[in-house]
Design a binder for this molecule. Structure first.
Ligand code: GRF
Length: 231
């Protein structure tokens, strides 16, 4: 990442872009974290492929620049993704955070942002990749599930895992109650992943993320569901 810093802050703020398509609760969690003076990242751009995404109004609330492009106006996926890459480049962002971005990428885009693009998924990967995750977790009868932040690779919900948070699946859970429980974890681990990357605490070795120069307890505290996640 570049050393571009915001002079108003007392820490170096790394610029990130957040790509959204819908509700934007993870965007809100990231924006709230970035608003803290000592958080080492700032959102330079919120991009959406859906001009009416609710997430765009969250960005506006935080005074974050937004851009939208309708993919239907492009010949193909590669051309659309090239335009998105250009918009991200213009924002100065060097880390791309997918937060409910509901569009598959071209291979060129994934390669272009390799090791500089992360995603959050509402399950303990590699379990339950893809869609309808909460229904499938309940149906499978798992007792623990959670959320994962990972670097993005070409396969859906694949890539080196940065951080995971676990929650119990309770006997009377519905997809909605389980989703709500997992979201509270998502909103903690996504800013935490961005913080670790921005401060240079992550290193990819043989397609696994090593956390460097940081106490292991940062990750360990999420392992058991009944252990409170630190505030
Ligand atoms: C989250 O559950 C995230 O894990 C998944 O899409 C959902 C987006 O929710 N990738 P929101 O738009 O951040 O509220």
């Amino acid at each position: 990442m570049s050393d571009a810093a915001s002079t108003k802050q007392n820490v170096t703020k790394r610029k990130i872009a957040v790509l959204v398509s819908g509700r934007g609760s993870n965007l809100k969690a990231l924006a709230a974290a970035c608003a803290q003076p000592d958080f080492p990242a700032e959102i330079a751009l919120v991009f959406s492929n859906r001009p009416n995404a609710q997430a765009l109004s969250i960005a506006a609330d935080y005074g974050i620049p937004t851009q939208t492009l309708d993919h239907k106006e492009f010949e193909d996926r590669t051309e659309f993704d090239a335009a998105v890459s250009e918009i991200i480049d213009q924002s100065g962002a060097q880390l791309v955070c997918l937060a409910g971005y509901m569009r598959l990428f071209s291979e060129e885009f994934v390669n272009r942002w390799r090791d500089r693009m992360i995603n959050i998924h509402p399950a303990l990967l590699p379990a339950f990749k893809g869609l309808h995750v909460h229904e499938r977790a309940i149906e499978a009868g798992v007792k623990i599930t959670g959320a994962t932040v990972h670097f993005v690779r070409l396969g859906t919900d694949e890539g080196p895992i940065i951080i995971q948070g676990a929650v119990p699946v309770l006997p009377d859970d519905t997809p909605e109650t389980l989703e709500a429980r997992i979201l509270t974890v998502e909103h903690k681990i996504y800013p935490e992943a961005v913080r670790m990357i921005a401060q240079g605490h992550t290193r990819i070795v043989n397609e696994r993320v090593e956390i460097v120069d940081e106490a292991p307890s940062v990750a360990d505290c999420f392992i058991v569901p009944h252990v409170a996640i630190r505030d």
